[in-house]
Structures are given as C-alpha cells and as structure tokens.
Design a protein around this ligand. Sequence first.
Ligand code: B12
Ligand code: SF4
Ligand code: SF4
Length: 410
Amino acid sequence: MDNHALYQLTEQIKQWGQSLGFADIGISNTDLSHYEPFFEDWLSHQYHGSMDYMAKHGRKRSRPDELEPGTLSLISVRMNYFDGEAYSAISQLQSSNKAYISRYALHKDYHKLMRKRLAQLAQKIETAIATLNPQSDESFRYRAFCDSAPVLERPIAEKAGLGFIGKNSLLIHPRAGSWFFLGELYINLKLPADPPFTQQGCGPCTACMDECPTQAIVDNAVVDARRCISYLTIEYDGVIEESLRPLIGNRIYGCDDCQLVCPWNRFTEPTQEQAFKAKAPLDEVDLLTLLHWDEAQFLTEMAGSPIRRIGYVKWLRNLCIAIGNDVYRAENINALNALQIDSDMVNTHRLWALNVQKQKQKTSSKTTRPGRFSTPNRPAVVAKYYLPKSGSASPINAVPIHQIRSKIEP
Ligand code: B12
Ligand code: SF4
Ligand code: SF4
C-alpha cells in the first residue's frame, strides 16, 4: 500500500474506533526502549510484590515484536468509565460506615467488552486491506489486549499521543483526565505513527503523592504496589500488614484517591457506555449490608463484575478491615462476632477489627460525628477534590487533539 492509502486507512481507523465507543485512538511504533529501564528498575525494587506475572515474561512486555512476532504498529485506545450519575465518590469515602468501591468496578467487567470492540475494529481494518490490496500475499494479523497480557499499556498510550504519564503513574489526557481504560491492537502493518506526548503535565503539583493514604507513590510515576490499596484489596491474597490496615479506611475494593485529587480530572469525560453505568447498590451501600451477604449472594450480586474475581474470602477480609476502621458502633461488634467463616485469613482480620472497635468503644465519648471518620482519614481531609464539572472545558479544550499532543500546559 502506498503512503497515501496508509494515511487514509489510519484516519478511517480513528473514525471506526470512535464509532465503536473509544474516546481516542492513537498509533505508535514498537520501540518502547525509553520505558524498558523504568520497568526493570521497578521490578528490581520488588515493587510488584506477589504479582509474579509482572516479572514472568522477561522483555516480552517491553518488546512487542518479541511477544507477537511480526508486529509493526501498535494501536492504542481509551474508553471512559466514570459514571457521572453514580452516587458521589467523596460522600461515600467520607462516611466510615459506607463501603467505597473503585469507580472502575461499579459496573460490568471491562476486559471482555474492550477486547470485543478491539476485535471489531481489527475486522474492519482487515476488510479494508483486502479491498485496497486484493493481490497481497501477506495476510493481516492482529492481537487485541486489555489488561490481559504482558503489555506496557501506559507507555504505549503515551507514545501513541493519548496522554502523559502523571506523577500518580496514570495516563492523563489534559482534555479528559484519567478515568478511562486502555486497550491495544498489535498489528503486522506499518501505519504512520502519531506524535507522542513528550512532557509530563503535572508541573509543580504533588497532590497525588501527598494525599495517597499509604504513601505508595514513592517517586515521580513510581508506585510501590505493596503499599497501594488497590493491590492490597484486589491482588494480594494474604494477611494485610497491621500498620497498613487503618490507612485503608473504608476502601473495600481498589482505591481512587490519586485520581480524585488530580486537578486534570476536572475535565473528566463521563462514560457514554451503558455497560459502565453503576450497578445498584454498589455506589451507595453500607459495610454491614455487604457483610451480611453469604457466598451465594456475593456470587449472584457480582455476576459480570470484576469484583467477583477476588472471591468471597478476600471480600470478607476487606470488609472486616473497613468495619474495624468505622467509628465505634455496637452493631459492628455484633456483626463481627456473628460472622462465621472457616478461613484463618478472614478470622485474623475479623479479630483485629473486633479489637479496634472495642478500643474505640472505650474512647467513643470523644467521637464527634457518628457516621464520619473520628480520626482524620484521607481524602476526607484533603484541600480539594476534582470531580467533573458539567460543561467545563480544559484550558486547551478548544485546540484540536493532534495539536496538543506534545505541548501541554501544567
Ligand atoms: C500491575 C498493575 C497495577 C498494580 C501496579 C500499579 C502501577 N502503578 O504499576 C496495582 C494493582 C497497584 C494497580 C492499581 C491501579 N490500576 Co492498574 N494496572 C496494572 C497493569 C496490569 C500493569 C502496570 C505496569 O506495567 N506497572 C509497572 C510499572 C513500572 O509500569 P507503569 O506503571 O506503566 O510505568 C511506566 C511509566 O510510569 C514509566 N516511568 C517509570 N518511571 C518514570 C519516571 C518518569 C519521570 C516518567 C515520565 C515515566 C516513568 O515507565 C514505566 C514502564 O516502564 C496495567 C495494565 C497493563 N498491562 O499495563 C493496569 C492499569 C495500569 N491499571 C489501571 C487502573 C485503572 C488502576 C487503578 C486506578 C485501579 C483502582 N482504582 O484501584 C489503580 C491505580 C493505582 C496507580 N496509581 O497506579 C489502568 C490505568 C488506566 C490509566 N488511565 O492510566 C491500566 C492501564 C489497566 C487498563 N487496561 O486500563 N495496577
Ligand atoms: S490507588 Fe490509592 S493507594 Fe494506590 S497509589 Fe493511588 S492513592 Fe495511593
Ligand atoms: S495530582 Fe498533580 S502530580 Fe498527581 S498526577 Fe495529577 S497533576 Fe500530576
């Protein structure tokens, strides 16, 4: 195919991507050598904790053509997941008897949906190539990913011009914030690459690093997963270190604090995807209501949700910690005493929570407002949160996306 045809195809890919629900689509080549040392350094510090799969694939993660031989271009996509109609994240976080669930998990699992849409995009490309180039011997090959294989998704997205990697390590678009999923198509066709983001748009801001409840952001764009509440509540299978438990607050599945305090999230684009609309009651539910679910109810309520993957035992472990962190309530003590489960791991956290509640009972006269955290707990105390403002526009919102890819303002 000549250059003109390739440029035209690239433009079409972007239009098809948008009609499939992706908020942005960019193209990158396969050279991720700039990011490889950062990744290897992260592993060498053991920041991946027990996520052995992060270390297992050697350099396949940073070298796309070693993972998928013949890959010549990477198509990177993002899809918004923030449901603007869900109950307020901040109110839920600040009420210590409520369960806080990460915004990305309030709805259907994203993995399958994203990969299915990526496959649809690939089929359109395949049909177009067959029409444009019917004599070609080389068949079009692709592989679709979304959080599903050894792929450096954020570096690829930064190279493809979808945003910059912020100090919180998330990919942020100055016109859309960070509440989106990433996905990729590896393809055996050389397409013209988009200009990458070359500047981090954080400027002097350090809000995410300062406000992270467990101080897990140990350097610019470096997260020590072993301290991150997302890792502790979702990925980690064992007994959570006692010193970290009070810092988890009422976050029972994942954590969003480093996004809630990020000023770029004023410009969040709420999701248009029906499947990403919050499922009741997950956006506004009491801890004790969830503790009363038995395993059968947990499995039924969580059908199709990413939360189901952590299993009932980790679910109960997380709930026990959050209930321990609530202000003293007699019904917490009763519920923790009544919980019967044949799991040493859950019982360790249950007994810890009982003990903490009893300690608080002794000092409960000092508690100020029931239902709120009696001790300062982030982000209840942060100076500012940045939730989407309806109709708001980023300072560079009026500029076409391709013109702001490499010149962003902090
Ligand atoms: C492992 C993992 C985690 C781990 C580790 C997180 C981490 N920061 O590494 C845990 C369980 C903690 C986690 C948590 C979350 N995750 Co996660 N996670 C992943 C996964 C599977 C791999 C990420 C990875 O490779 N980490 C290793 C580090 C070294 O790589 P990296 O973070 O990409 O870092 C690169 C850059 O930071 C750069 N770099 C390093 N140092 C420096 C220094 C400077 C100055 C610069 C500029 C760059 C730079 O090089 C690194 C790579 O070489 C990806 C999916 C994927 N396959 O990529 C999803 C993914 C990153 N997660 C995602 C999400 C949504 C989350 C959570 C928000 C979920 C939640 N609400 O609980 C939190 C956010 C926590 C956070 N601040 O990162 C999304 C992020 C979307 C986005 N907008 O960025 C992804 C892309 C999944 C997806 N398909 O959408 N996650
Ligand atoms: S997800 Fe929470 S714990 Fe993890 S880095 Fe962000 S603020 Fe810190
Ligand atoms: S909170 Fe501030 S430092 Fe952190 S990612 Fe957002 S802009 Fe960057």
